[in-house]
Ligand binder design. Structure first.
Ligand code: S3P
Length: 168
């Protein structure tokens, strides 16, 4: 069974994924990193080829990872919104929605310009709020478990997810 981490940009899917891998010996994959290694920077992919192309690359990676077992997979913030992706991931995995308040997310994404969906002339907070409102119900619907991350360390969240996965 794979552990799949989903949720908004900045919620800590990568850090928590790495910690889960350290604690359990699972192999860790981050879909954004796989794409970047193969095709270059995500902001460049969005700029030159568009979001649709990026979403197709995500599905290609999902197909490869969903075929394997015993992984921990950190997904890009938009990945599980596409039904084809979450159906593939659910065949052999449990999806954990890592949630955080708007303020927590904003503080984490503010200093980072690598996220093309938030690059819009100083309207980061507004755009983040819109995405959060649109996506929260979808994340909650696709997830097998919802994990609150506010006020928790990476280690605490990782251990909570491991405990859930063991019972699943
Ligand atoms: C995206 C989130 C990013 C990355 C891309 C699109 C999104 O990943 O996949 O910029 O649609 O929310 P993180 O959630 O790791 O920042």
């Amino acid at each position: 069974m794979n552990i799949v981490l989903c949720g908004m940009m900045g919620v800590g899917k990568s850090s928590v994924g790495i910690r889960i891998a350290e604690l359990t010996g699972r192999r860790w994959y981050d879909t954004d990193i796989v794409i970047t290694d193969r095709h270059g920077r995500i902001s460049d992919i969005f700029e030159y080829y568009g979001e649709t192309h990026f979403r197709a690359l995500e599905t290609e990676v999902v197909r490869e990872l969903a075929d394997q077992d015993g992984l921990v997979i950190s997904t890009g913030g938009g990945l599980v919104l596409k039904p084809e992706n979450n159906e593939l991931l659910k065949r052999n995995g449990k999806i954990f929605f890592m949630r955080a308040d708007f303020e927590t997310l904003l503080a984490r994404v503010k200093a980072d310009d690598a996220r093309p969906l938030l690059k819009n002339m100083g309207r980061t907070a507004e755009k983040l709020g819109e995405l959060l409102a649109q996506r929260t119900p979808v994340y909650a619907a696709v997830a097998d478990f919802i994990v609150d991350t506010d006020g928790k360390t990476v280690d605490e969240v990782a251990r909570e997810i491991i405990a859930c996965a063991q019972k699943a």
